[in-house]
Design a protein around this ligand. Structure first.
Ligand code: ZN
Length: 79
């Protein structure tokens, strides 16, 4: 028998964070969205980065921070 125990799994622990899903911007991770219901279909507007679209991410606070960090680091590089 081969021993595959050396594969490392990152335990995804269930915490309150994972049940606390909030809608955040897919570009910058900001929860500062407002939904515009007018027209054929509603669109989300992000107050932080100006994103407009029908797609947002259901994220827990940890995911939100990851997206935000990613966005911030990209913004820093392009400066
Ligand atoms: Zn945004």
């Amino acid at each position: 028998m081969e021993d595959n125990d050396d594969i490392e799994f990152k335990d995804v622990q269930e915490s309150d964070d994972d049940k606390n899903l909030i809608q955040v911007c897919p570009v910058c991770g900001s929860p500062d969205l407002y939904y515009e219901a007018g027209g054929v279909e509603g669109l989300y507007h992000c107050k932080y980065c100006g994103y407009i679209g029908g797609f947002v991410i259901d994220a827990n606070p940890r995911m939100m921070k990851l997206i935000r960090d990613e966005y911030e680091s990209k913004a820093r590089i392009s400066e």
